[in-house]
Design a protein around this ligand. Structure first.
Ligand code: IDP
Ligand code: MG
Length: 142
């Protein structure tokens, strides 16, 4: 079954700092997913902790939040048929060492933590993550 979905993508601080945000955006455009919103954001510690609250009991939580606040990131709203899974497929596995060839994480990630991109993992997650970064008036429908 296919359905039009929206997902929250983030080009993480490692990829913005490396200067590969444009190449990642090109991958999105070439995939046919539409970018409905985008903005550079330098997260505070409290904002990173809130975004990743689902992981608060994981051993990597503090380190992940420190990483996400080390410089600006670039959140985006993407839309398309099955956008959530399509964006996750383009990203590749969480650990770049396990990511498939030609995925974004395989090509641009440095480590399992500094892994270049984020993507919502389910419709309910997207429903929390999209308004975390974007007000309705900042999202441009196609
Ligand atoms: P995902 O981003 O592929 O959905 P999650 O399990 O939701 O992966 O983890 C969220 C983020 O936490 C990852 O993208 C990565 O930045 C970081 N992370 C996940 N597992 C580890 C780990 O074992 N060590 C350090 N950081 C991790
Ligand atoms: Mg996740």
């Amino acid at each position: 079954m296919t359905r039009t979905e929206r997902t929250l993508a983030i080009i993480k601080p490692d990829a913005v700092a490396k200067g590969v945000a444009g190449r990642i955006i090109s991958r999105i455009e070439e995939s046919g997913l539409a970018i409905l919103a985008a903005r550079l954001v330098h997260l505070t510690d409290a904002q990173a902790r809130g975004f990743y609250a689902v992981h608060r009991d994981r051993p990597f939580y503090a380190s992940l939040c420190a990483f996400m606040t080390q410089g600006p990131c670039l959140p985006m709203v993407l839309e398309g048929e099955n956008a959530i899974q399509r964006w996750r497929d383009l990203m590749g596995a969480t650990d770049p060492a396990s990511a498939a060839p030609s995925t974004i994480r395989k090509e641009f990630a440095s480590s399992i933590e500094a892994n270049a991109v984020h993507g919502s993992d389910a419709p309910e997650t997207a429903a929390f993550e999209i308004p975390y970064f974007f007000a309705a008036v900042e999202i441009c429908p196609r």
